[in-house]
Structure formats: C-alpha cells, structure tokens
Write a protein that binds this ligand. Structure first.
Ligand code: FEO
Length: 387
C-alpha cells in the first residue's frame, strides 16, 4: 500500500497503477496513475469510493487491513466512472449489509453499469444532507459535471477534509516524486476542461468551507498551501490564461511547415515571448491541449492535405473544440504546394471557438519558406502580441 497518511481515523486505501499504458484508453501516463479510496473509521465506518477493476485485489486487501475485522457500514459513491466505481458490485457482495450512499443520478447509473441495481441498502442524499458516522460528519455537496452529472463531493467537518472527487486530481502514481502542477494541469484541461462553469460553481461553495485537507480521487492528498491549488482551479475553470506566451502547434509532412513553425517561434522569442512548440504528429496531443490552455496565444501551422487539413492538425483542433477552448488569440501559418487552403480550414475551427481572436494576417507558404514569408511572420508576431 502507498504510504499515504491522512489522519488516525481517515485512512488511505487506494492503489497505484504503473501497468496502465493509456488512462481512459487515450491519455499517456508515463508515471502511472493512482485510484484513490479512503475509509473513515468511527462508530460507523464509511468507505469513500472504490477503485478501478485493474487493482481490485490490492484494494480489498488494503481495506481489510484498515477494517481490522470490523465491517463497513457505508460506501459513499462520489462518482460513477468505472475507475472509481468498478468494485461496487464486489463490495456489496462481500458486505451485503452495507448501505450505498449516492444521489438520485448515482442510483440511476448503477443499473446501467451493472446487471441490476445491486439490491443493496441505499441512502439517497441531496445537497446539504449530512451523514453522521459518530465523531465524523459528512456533508454532501452536489457537483454535477465536475466531471460527470452524478458527481458529488463531501466535506467532513471534524477533520475539515474535502473529498473532492476528480477535482484537484492529477495523472501520476503516488510513489513517484513530481510537481503537482504539470500533470494536474494536463489532467484538468483534458478531462475536466470542458466543464469550467460547473467547476466555478463548486469552487464558490468550497470557499465557504474551512478546508484543511483535500482528498481527491487521483493524485496526492493536498495538505498545505491549499489556496495555491484553489487559485489554479479558479484560473483554469474561468478559462483565463495562466501565463503570457505562445503555443505553436504544427503538423508537417516533409519538414517545411515545421521549419516555418520553428522560425515563427524564433521571431516570437526575440520579441520576448515564451514559446512552446509541439509537433502534432509526434507529441502527446494532451500536452499540446494543456499548453494551448496554459498560454494566452496559439499559432497553428499545417500543410494542406488531400484538399483538407493534415490529419494530425484536424485531430488537435477537434480536441480543442470538444474541450471548450476559448478566450485566446490565434495566428495561422498555412502551407500548400498547389492549392493551400489549410489556413481557411484552421480559421473555420478557430472562429468557432468561443471569444477567440483570430489574426487576419495569415502566413502562406508555397512548399517551402521563402524570404517574403519572414516579413509576414513579423507582422503576424506583432499582431499576436498586440491583440
Ligand atoms: Fe477519475 Fe471521472 O473519473
């Protein structure tokens, strides 16, 4: 078991997963992921979420250790996504007296994921309801669309712990030492990013609470400097740029568009801009999405391909669209050897993003970058900076 310590009576029983190659079958997790689960030991015992079926046996063993022969009274289900709820059936079979705690939407989803409603005792809670465990008292706060509609979080008032579901989570197993910010940002932008309005709603409720500790469903338990994490969530969920700078995302078949993208990067750096370059054919697209949200400016560079966009660029722009990308300034570099239309096609995407400014000047490369392109790049760079 990971050596996560919370308090004497709130125990960590989650598991690290280093064997998974793609989380949600799409996100690279070079340092794995943790599926967090907790158990509150009191007059009544509450398990706070289960874990992914990939780590069931280890989790059950962790749970049994902490139970020390007692039986759990409640299973609180904050989120029905299978990385947290896969073991609902297993735990209800193992402890048939247990009461599952969820909201109306939770209980609507259970028979969708399982063969039946599990025929368990259930306690349906709504906003503000409290579950009394003895010394510990959990208050439930509905958090719809932080990440799914049935999500709720809970606040334990004696130890001042917020059980925050996916919020404040990150990629990366707990036995890996790494900064929170980078993998938390990649996780947020790609998984929760679309639901900024919902996150803002929950943050407003959370700031009214005296929180000493945040226990998310992934990543480390947060115990210090909580205002730092809350401020980051406030920036991210309101779609403000976290920093001034330019993400340059390019697709290139034979290296010519890549040359132009890199030259654009040099020009911007000379003008004092922080630049992050991404080769969309090779990079983790989730990193490129993260960067696009992190900085206030974005340059897209793509060849025309079969009268359309190069597929890697189309995929990136689609990712931004479904993640609710907005409030940024965007510049375009197009390439085409006989009929360049990638600029027009990228503009159509970019103008579809909410409240984005798309710079009128477009750098048009005909096969390979030429001297005259450099002047237009200068113009584009100035327009981006001054937009
Ligand atoms: Fe970690 Fe939305 O599940």
């Amino acid at each position: 078991m990971s050596k996560v310590t919370i308090t004497d009576t709130v125990r960590y029983i989650g598991c690290d997963d280093h064997n998974i190659d793609l989380f949600e079958n799409q996100y690279e997790v070079p340092n794995g992921i943790s599926y967090n689960s907790y158990v509150i030991i009191d007059e009544k015992i509450a398990i706070m979420d289960t874990v992914d079926s990939r780590v069931t046996e280890e989790w059950l063993s962790n749970l049994e250790t902490e139970l020390s022969g007692r039986k759990p009274d409640y299973l609180v289900v904050h989120h029905m996504e299978p990385d947290h709820s896969s073991n609902l059936k297993r735990i209800c079979e193992k402890y048939p007296e247990i009461t599952v705690v969820g909201n109306a939407k939770t209980f609507g989803m259970i028979p969708q994921f399982f063969d039946s409603d599990l025929s368990v005792n259930r306690l349906e809670v709504k906003e503000g309801d409290t579950l009394d465990l003895g010394n510990h008292k959990l208050t439930f706060i509905m958090a719809p669309m932080v990440h799914w509609p049935e999500v709720m979080i809970s606040y334990e008032r004696m130890e001042k712990i917020l059980f925050s579901a996916d919020a404040f989570g990150k990629f990366g197993a707990l036995d890996v030492e790494e900064d929170w910010i980078c993998e938390a940002r990649r996780y947020y932008m790609n998984i929760v990013g679309k639901y900024g309005v919902s996150v803002q709603g929950v943050l407003k409720k959370a700031v009214a609470l005296d929180i000493q500790m945040i226990c998310p469903l992934h990543g480390p338990v947060l115990k210090e400097n909580l205002s730092y994490y809350i401020e980051k969530y406030d920036i991210w969920s309101s779609y403000r740029a976290e920093a001034e700078g330019v993400t340059i995302a390019y697709a290139s078949m034979h290296g010519n568009t890549a040359d132009a993208a890199k030259k654009m990067g040099e020009i911007l750096e000379k003008k004092g801009q922080k630049v992050s370059l991404f080769d969309l054919s090779r990079c983790d697209v989730a990193e490129a999405v993260e960067s696009a949200f992190q900085y206030d400016k974005l340059v897209l560079a793509s060849p025309t391909y079969d009268g359309a966009l190069f597929p890697a660029m189309e995929d990136f722009l689609y990712h931004l669209k479904i993640k609710g990308y907005q409030k940024r300034t965007i510049g375009l570099i197009e390439n085409g050897s006989w009929a360049p239309i990638s600029g027009k096609l990228m503009r159509a995407y970019a103008e579809g993003y909410k409240s984005c400014t798309v710079i009128e000047t477009v750098v048009t490369i005909k096969s390979a970058m030429k001297k005259e392109n450099l002047e237009v790049m200068e113009t584009l760079a100035e327009a981006l900076i001054n937009a």
